[in-house]
Design a protein around this ligand. Structure first.
Ligand code: PLP
Length: 424
C-alpha cells in the first residue's frame, strides 16, 4: 500500500477527533428521543409478529407508525414495506395531496433526478403530475461569481418572499443536495423557508423531501412547521438493516390522504401486511441515530483527505453536516471510475465485482456505482456513485463504521493520487 495514502488518512483522523466526539454527543440526544417513544408506546416483542393477507389489525405496524410519528414530532406517520423506494414515498405524497389545476413550487432549485419523471419534466405518458394537470415551477438557486461548477449556490431568499402564487398548493423543499453541487439545507433553513411560505399563504402545504436528512441534526422538518415529509427506509431511518420501504409523516389528515393513494380510498393506513419485517423496522429505527453518526464521520474523513489532495469537496472538511452525503469533484471519468472500483474492492459484499458505468432507471446520465452492501442498493451502507457527466463528481454516502470508510478511502487515494501531480 502506498505509504503517502495512509499518511493522508492518519492526518485526517487526528484532525477530526474533536468533531467525532461532538457527533457522538448528538447521537445521545437523538437516541434518547427514540428510547422515550419506544417506552411511551410500550414496544414489546409481541409487536414483532405480523399478520398476513389484508394486514388488518396489525398491532406492530400501528405502534411503529405512532412511535415513528412521535420521534419525528409529527401527528401521524405511515411506515411501510409497500413503498418501493424513497421516490415512491415522495411521489405518493405528491399524488396524495395535489389535484388538477394545482401548482407545485420547488424552492431549492432542480429536484432530485428521479423526481423529474414524476413531475413530468422527462418521459411521456407515464401518468406524471403534468399529465394530471398539475403545474410545476422552480425557484432556482442563486450562484455567485465563483469558478464554474464550484459555487454551491444558495436559496434565493429574496425571490422566495414573493414566489408563492394563488395556485401554489404545495412547496417542495428538498433537504439534501442529492446529485446536485449545492449545500444541503440545515433545519434552521428549512424553518426559514416554511415561515416565508406560510406568511404568503398559510394553506400552502410545505412538503420536505427528507431523504438522507433523518437524525443528522437534533430536530426534524415536522418539528419546525413542515406539513408533510417523506423518505426511504434503506437510507437513514432504516439503520442500515431494514430490508425495504419508506415513510410519510406529518399532519394526520394529509398522511391519511397519502395512505389512500398508496393503498386505495377507504383502505388508507388500515391495510398492508408487513410480512415479518416489523422487528427489523423497530431495530433499524433504534440503530439509526448511531449509523447516521458513523456515516457523518465518514463524510468528514472523505472531505479532509480529498481536500488535502487538492480536489474541490462539498461540504468542506470541518463544516457542520446537514446530510450523509459527501461530494468530491474528481474532474475526470477515469478517476470517478477508479474511485468507485477501490470502494467496491473494500466492500463486504461483491468485493470481486468491477463497477462499470451503466444507465439507471429514473436517471438521465449513465451512472457508475460502488455498492457492496447487504441490502441491495442501500446507500445507508457505505457506497459511492456518480453520474458520468461534467465535472465528474463522486457522491459518497452511508456507512456503518467510519473505520471501514478509512480502509476503503486509503485504497482510493492510493490509485487516484493528488489533483495536481505536484503534491506528494
Ligand atoms: C435518495 C433520494 C431520493 C429518493 O431516492 P430512491 O433511490 O428512490 O430512494 C429522493 N430525494 C433525495 C434528495 C434523495 O437523496
Amino acid at each position: 500500500m502506498d505509504s503517502s495514502a495512509s499518511r493522508y488518512i492518519r492526518q485526517a483522523e487526528e484532525a477530526l477527533l474533536q468533531i467525532f466526539s461532538g457527533i457522538d454527543a448528538q447521537v445521545k440526544g437523538n437516541l434518547r428521543r427514540v428510547l422515550q417513544a419506544y417506552r411511551h408506546h410500550r414496544v414489546g416483542a409481541h409487536h414483532f409478529a405480523s399478520v398476513s393477507g389484508y394486514g388488518h389489525d396489525d398491532l406492530g405496524r400501528q405502534v411503529l407508525d405512532r412511535v415513528f410519528a412521535e420521534i419525528m414530532g409529527a401527528e401521524a406517520a405511515i411506515v411501510r414495506v409497500q413503498f418501493v423506494s424513497g421516490t415512491h414515498a415522495i411521489a405518493t405524497a405528491l399524488y396524495g395531496v395535489l389535484r388538477p389545476g394545482d401548482e407545485m413550487l420547488a424552492v431549492v432549485g432542480a429536484p432530485y433526478d428521479t423526481l423529474e419523471e414524476v413531475i413530468g419534466l422527462r418521459g411521456e405518458n407515464q401518468g406524471s403530475l403534468k399529465d394530471w394537470g398539475i403545474d410545476y415551477r422552480q425557484l432556482d438557486l442563486v450562484r455567485g461569481q465563483g469558478e464554474l461548477g464550484r459555487d454551491p449556490g444558495e436559496v434565493d431568499w429574496q425571490g422566495l418572499e414573493t414566489a408563492v402564487g394563488d395556485r401554489t398548493r404545495l412547496v417542495l423543499i428538498q433537504r439534501s443536495c442529492g446529485y446536485g453541487w449545492r449545500r444541503s439545507l440545515s433545519i434552521a433553513e428549512v424553518e426559514r423557508i416554511i415561515a416565508s411560505v406560510k406568511r404568503q399563504n398559510p394553506d400552502t402545504i410545505c412538503f420536505v423531501d427528507n431523504c438522507y436528512g433523518e437524525f443528522v441534526e437534533d430536530r426534524e422538518p415536522t418539528m419546525v412547521g413542515a406539513d408533510l415529509m417523506a423518505g426511504s427506509l434503506i437510507k437513514n431511518p432504516g439503520g442500515t438493516i431494514v430490508t425495504t420501504g419508506g415513510y410519510i409523516a406529518g399532519r394526520a389528515d394529509l398522511v391519511e390522504t397519502c395512505a389512500c393513494r398508496l393503498t386505495a380510498p377507504g383502505v388508507g393506513s388500515e391495510g398492508g401486511a408487513t410480512l415479518n419485517q416489523t422487528r427489523l423496522m423497530f431495530q433499524g429505527l433504534f440503530l439509526a441515530p448511531q449509523m447516521v453518526a458513523e456515516a457523518i464521520k465518514g463524510t468528514h474523513l472523505t472531505a479532509h483527505v480529498f481536500d488535502a489532495l487538492g480536489y474541490p469537496v462539498s461540504p468542506a472538511p470541518l463544516e457542520k453536516r446537514r446530510d450523509v452525503i459527501q461530494a468530491v469533484q474528481l474532474g475526470s471519468p477515469e478517476k470517478l471510475i477508479a474511485f468507485c472500483k477501490a470502494i467496491q474492492q473494500h466492500s463486504p459484499i461483491d468485493a470481486y465485482v468491477e463497477p462499470v458505468p451503466a444507465p439507471q432507471p429514473g436517471y438521465d446520465s449513465q451512472l457508475v456505482m460502488a455498492g457492496g452492501t447487504f441490502i441491495d442498493g442501500s446507500t445507508s451502507e457505505f457506497s459511492a456513485d456518480g453520474p458520468l457527466r461534467e465535472p465528474y463528481v463522486v457522491f459518497c454516502q452511508g456507512g456503518t463504521h467510519w473505520t471501514h470508510m478509512a480502509i476503503a478511502l486509503e485504497a482510493a487515494v492510493a490509485v487516484i493520487g493528488p489533483a495536481s501531480p505536484s503534491l506528494p
